[in-house]
Design a protein around this ligand. Structure first.
Ligand code: COA
Length: 167
């Protein structure tokens, strides 16, 4: 498993990955994420960058830091590579980046029906702070989740889901 910071050279691979999803981001959106200020775009591959045959990108995640908040804008993994820990590795790397930049919290928005994503986020200490009713359509609510980062040691962030916190 390899996770790297994306460059513009990765745009074709990111767009090929996007082809698997109904809700796609445009190439311009990804270009803005990669080149924007205070952004982190991570790509996951099954084999290292720089091999003779360029490996495919099977996951991508992007974060934006503004003031004391880092927003997780998007995290996706190709359907055939799920439950192998790729999202976990990208999320932990994003949390560590946020802590190292001095952010005090991470925020994200997720469809309340998206059980895989919500389980992932809860495992890393995200908690619902509000919800927007019918945001995605009738009966499809958006949850706003927050993970507090103030005072958190970047090296400990990946251990969160092992703390077996129940509430
Ligand atoms: C959500 C998503 C990014 C997870 O990617 P992934 O690489 O499969 O996730 P991981 O393998 O790192 O899983 C980490 C943990 O998340 C939880 N999880 C992930 N997928 C799950 C599922 N289908 N059901 C329940 N829990 C799940 C589990 O706790 C898992 O740990 P475990 O495998 O040890 O039980 C992926 O399902 C995806 O791309 N979905 C479509 C896009 C999307 O919804 N993105 C989030 C938008 S807010």
């Amino acid at each position: 498993m390899n996770v790297d910071v994306a460059t513009l050279a990765d745009l074709p691979g990111i767009m090929a990955l996007e082809a698997s999803f109904d809700k796609k981001w445009s190439e311009q959106s990804w270009r803005d994420e990669i080149t924007g200020t205070g952004r982190l775009v991570l790509i996951a591959r099954t084999t290292p960058r720089g091999q003779a045959q360029e490996p495919e990108i099977i996951g991508v995640a992007c974060f934006q830091h503004v003031d004391e908040v880092v927003d997780l804008h998007r995290i996706v993994v190709a359907p055939e590579h799920r439950r192998l820990g790729f999202a976990r590795v990208m999320l932990v790397a994003g949390l560590q980046w946020a802590i190292e930049r001095g952010a005090r919290r991470m925020l994200l928005e997720v469809d309340h029906r998206n059980e895989p994503a919500i389980t992932l986020y809860r495992g890393y200490g995200f908690r619902e702070i509000t919800r927007r009713a019918d945001y995605y359509g009738p009966g499809a609510h958006a949850l706003i989740l927050e993970r507090a980062l103030a005072g958190v040691d970047a090296d400990s962030v990946g251990m969160w889901d092992m703390e077996a916190e129940d509430d």
